[in-house]
Design a protein around this ligand. Structure first.
Ligand code: PMP
Length: 398
């Protein structure tokens, strides 16, 4: 397909090296690692090899701290519900931020219905968690803080090192969802002491349907999926062997490439941001100008509906998003943008461009060429566009 793909935050292609590496694990090495025969032993060996690669990817001191799951959503569920149920006698208060992923929000709604108290830390205009407010929300009965490493929408990086220290001092567990950042920001759970960290395979160019939760040694959670007791009882269900093998390979490649890749994407991101803000009147960058994911550019355009913009880009063979794919079917404005202080109408005119391993400079150039024209066309049709701007557009035309 000849599409310019700028929606890496929603899904990433599987790296060809990963795919090739996975191939024998569909029909040749396919046994259940729980089986006691020889091919079961081989499957176990390969499973553990993958676990080791994931542990190395985040510098986890213990390989057994990696628990395989089926999705980032499941990892978040296991961390938060699992810890809430395990430690409920210690307290029933959990702190998250106002801009967490919808999976975290819905987990917390479920816990609220089951007797837990949830507090949401506000963010500043850039989508960065307010540390002073976080400190004030901590109570005697706070058992867990869950704050993502970076916003999957506006791309702002959170001060997780500071947050993890605060949590440690107060003996509160800390979970971070690293899904949005794992392909561009190296993770080191020994430098930043987290208790739980959610990772997903597809977000580092591995296959879909497989993910992991890092659980620090000594921390326990109640399992949320019960069955045969796989993954040390933390997560039952037969292993998705080929998926896990692919995930391990993807982590191995990402570990080697991440710094170089982030630098390259940062260059493309900055070219894109500068190009758009300079060429389109009434355009703004959402999120922090510099303290943001190297692969994320999130814009807002006055007098524009984000959905019409996506359709205009689609006509030109460009794939982009208005925000988080997981919330794209709702008509509600993004909770992240509203928390950053935008008005409803401002939040509706947004565009999320997320770059990745196969993004090229020519693609950015094509977007920079096409987008101003689409926006101009939409604005000339919109009853919301002020006469002054229409006049300005018409003058440039003549
Ligand atoms: N957390 C974040 C930050 C995400 O962006 C996503 C969506 N990719 C998820 C969790 C959930 O991922 P999945 O839908 O693959 O379970």
């Amino acid at each position: 397909m000849n599409e310019i793909y700028l929606d890496y935050q929603a899904a990433k292609p599987v790296d060809k090296q990963v795919l090739e590496y996975m191939m024998p694990y569909f029909s040749e090495i396919f046994s259940n690692p729980a089986s006691l025969h020889n091919s079961g032993d081989i499957a176990t060996e390969k499973l553990e090899e993958s676990r080791k690669k994931i542990a190395q990817f985040i510098n986890a001191p213990e390989i057994s701290s990696i628990i395989f799951t089926s999705s980032a959503t499941e990892s978040n569920n296991l961390a938060i519900i699992g810890a809430a149920q395990r430690y409920h006698k210690k307290g029933n208060h959990i702190i998250i931020s106002e801009i967490e992923h919808i999976s975290i929000f819905n987990i917390c709604k479920y816990l609220e219905r089951n007797g837990f108290q949830i507090s949401k830390v506000p963010v500043d205009q850039y989508g960065i968690v307010k540390i002073d407010k976080l400190k004030r929300l901590i109570q005697e009965n706070t058992i867990l803080i869950s704050i993502a490493t970076a916003s999957n929408e506006v791309g702002s990086l959170q001060p997780i090192e500071q947050i993890s220290k605060i949590a440690q001092e107060k003996e509160i567990l800390f979970h971070t969802d690293a899904i949005a950042s794992e392909s561009v920001i190296p993770i080191d759970v020994q430098t930043i002491p987290v208790d739980f960290l959610s990772l997903s395979s597809n977000d580092i160019y591995g296959p879909k349907g497989v993910a992991a939760l890092y659980i620090k040694k000594g921390i326990r959670v109640n399992p949320i999926i019960l069955g045969g007791g796989q993954e040390n009882g933390f997560r039952s269900g037969s292993h998705n062997l080929h998926g896990i093998i692919g995930f391990g390979k993807a982590a191995e490649i990402m570990k080697k490439e991440i710094n170089q890749e982030a630098k390259r994407l940062e260059f493309l991101r900055d070219k894109l941001i500068k190009g758009i803000l300079n060429s389109i009147p009434n355009s703004y960058l959402n999120g922090h100008p510099t303290n943001r994911l190297p692969n994320n550019a999130h814009f807002r355009f006055d007098f524009i509906e984000g959905e019409s913009l996506i359709l205009g880009l689609k006509d030109q063979g460009i794939a982009a998003a208005t925000g988080s794919a997981c919330s794209s079917k709702t008509l509600e404005p993004s909770h992240t943008l509203i928390s950053c202080g935008l008005l409803h109408e401002e939040a509706h005119g947004s565009l999320l461009i997320s770059l990745g391993r196969y993004s090229k400079e020519e693609e950015i150039d094509k977007l920079l060429e096409g987008l101003p024209k689409i926006i101009k066309r939409l604005r000339l049709l919109s009853p919301l566009t002020p006469q002054e701007l229409i006049k300005q557009y018409n003058e440039v035309n003549n």
